[in-house]
Design a protein around this ligand. Sequence first.
Ligand SMILES: N[C@@H](CCC(=O)N[C@@H](CS)C(=O)NCC(=O)O)C(=O)O
Length: 216
Amino acid sequence: MPAPLTLWGRKSSCNVQKAQWLLEELGLSYDHKPVGGRFGGLDDAYRALNPNGLVPTLQDGDVTLWESHAIVRYLAATYGDSSLWPADPRRRALADQWTDWTATTFQPAWIGLFWAVVRTPVEEHDAVAIAGFHASSLAAFAILEAELTRRPYLSGEYFGYADIVAGVSLYRWFDMAIERPAMRAVEAWYARLEERSAFRNVVMVSYAELAGRLAF
Ligand SMILES: N[C@@H](CCC(=O)N[C@@H](CS)C(=O)NCC(=O)O)C(=O)O
């Protein structure tokens, strides 16, 4: 019997949610170890698994991995079907492109806004920082909107891992007290993702424990 998969990390972390969403999509059983945030536990023993002292970390037998996008690619490649891990490198490259763009451009923008609006206590709000992250988020969402006007999913014609890494933003984006221009294609993508039980169970969850909390 293979060793069970173990996912380390609190469920309120958007980076943990990427791994957990895909584990649920794949119907894999896994142990969940809630560490980080209010759970603590990012100690020396944990740092032996992940020297960054951050979540998530995935263990699969003798494989130990950190960096949420590497974890998502690993799970898709190891356990995914041809939709989640297409044999055609041109299709995988498309998913990779949006996955790397999420890491370098999209997530720093929307998470920056989330930290400025939700995680920073209201009395410490910095209007300049909020305006900057709002502008960079809208610029990134405009790129998403243009792409999703042409295709139903970021990974192409089918749902794939790029939809997971970028899609974990949507519940918080549409819930945050910010101004949002109408973006029909992004809204339709959100509605398509909402049809997936793994998305509803993993991503559409309360993040109240993060409000007004800068400590982790
Ligand atoms: N680039 C890393 C970022 C990991 C990261 O920043 N994790 C945050 C949570 S989203 C963390 O561990 N914060 C400390 C904590 O939760 O205690 C990844 O994608 O996995």
